[in-house]
Design a binder for this molecule. Structure first.
Ligand code: SF4
Length: 327
């Protein structure tokens, strides 16, 4: 275990709060996996290979579970599938449950029509992540294997107050899209010119064997960029006037954050296996809650492998009384 990982784990351990005999992170994030449908068909999508039985939707149970756990959640992130597909079918209702929470985030592929027709609603989120894989609009749509996505010009024409909340999220991989410093730099500059100042570049996940479909495991192994790629990117960003403001280990990932004036670039490397193994051996992972995942079935899990279901007793939904996390 390197020093950064050791430091990250010490930080995580300091930030755990005991609730019954669980240890819950004080800035717990809830991911709401709102449903399986997506307008896109990315070759590297892990969402569509997740256990299908948890993806049959039960909206009323999702709402009930949300009311039960919301007081424990520091932040709430809507993911999918594509959340905007559900804009009139659960997304707004679920948002209402969490309206008072400190930080609401939505991660969308930028599905053009619901996005442009819902600017007021999107403005209620603290952060709007838009997944994008190339500067060129046609190339981006080719990678998502769908049309009807926001163009560069659409994003440039958004209200400034919304642009401040937008972060462009890019999965880098060695097939198409952004996999070289030159294409990454072109991407940053093009969106900077449109008034966007937050970026995140992530390498493909190292997937643990046996948890996903074989085809997906083979794709990610073959297309993942070399481990040293982000070291080169960091070096090049520093030559362009950026400086590293933070480097940290979280649960299953390592991030470094670089900044230049108002522009910040996050470089994220996932490793679902290594850190989980350490946590399992050191901290009895099945009683430790760093993130929660609310699935379309309405069940809540403490891990993305959906192996550790959190027992919750739903409270009355209307009054919003929170339930306890059972011991
Ligand atoms: S946009 Fe996201 S959920 Fe949809 S196919 Fe691509 S990776 Fe999967």
């Amino acid at each position: 275990m390197d020093e950064l990982t050791r430091k990250g784990l010490r930080r995580i351990a300091r930030e755990l709060v005991p609730i019954n005999d669980w240890r819950v992170h004080k800035r717990l994030n809830l991911y709401i996996d709102i449903g399986p449908h997506c307008n896109a068909d990315c070759g590297f999508c892990v969402a569509k290979t997740r256990d299908q039985k948890h993806r049959i939707r039960n909206l009323s149970r999702m709402l009930e579970s949300s009311a039960a756990i919301r007081e424990y959640c520091y932040s709430v992130e809507f993911v999918g599938g594509e959340p905007l597909v559900y804009i009139n079918n659960g997304l707004k209702e679920l948002f209402e449950v969490f309206r008072a929470n400190r930080k609401k985030i939505i991660t969308t592929n930028g599905l053009r029509q619901p996005f442009l027709a819902s600017l007021d609603f999107l403005g209620e989120f603290e952060h709007v992540n838009i997944s994008r894989h190339a500067v060129d609009d046609a190339h981006n749509e080719q990678i998502f294997r769908t049309g009807k996505l926001l163009t560069l010009a659409d994003i440039g024409a958004l209200p400034p107050s919304l642009k401040q909340k937008i972060r462009m999220n890019t999965t880098c991989h060695a097939d198409k899209g952004i996999h070289q410093w030159s294409s990454m730099w072109e991407f940053i500059q093009a969106f900077n010119d449109q008034g966007i100042h937050q970026f995140m570049f992530a390498n493909l996940n190292k997937l643990p064997q046996g948890q996903y479909q074989e085809e997906m495991e083979a794709f990610t192994t073959a297309h993942r960029l070399d481990d040293g790629f982000f070291d080169d990117v960091e070096h090049n960003l520093c030559r362009q006037g950026y400086h590293k403001v933070r480097e940290m280990t979280g649960f299953g990932y390592v991030v470094r954050i670089l900044q230049n004036g108002s522009t910040s670039v996050v470089l994220k490397e996932n490793d679902d296996t290594a850190i989980r193994d350490v946590l399992d051996s050191v901290y009895q992972h099945n009683r430790m809650v760093l993130d929660l995942i609310l699935t379309p079935s309405g069940k809540v899990y403490t891990d993305w492998f959906l192996t550790n279901e959190l027992p919750i007793t739903p409270g009355p939904q209307q009054s919003g009384t929170a339930a306890s996390i059972e011991s």
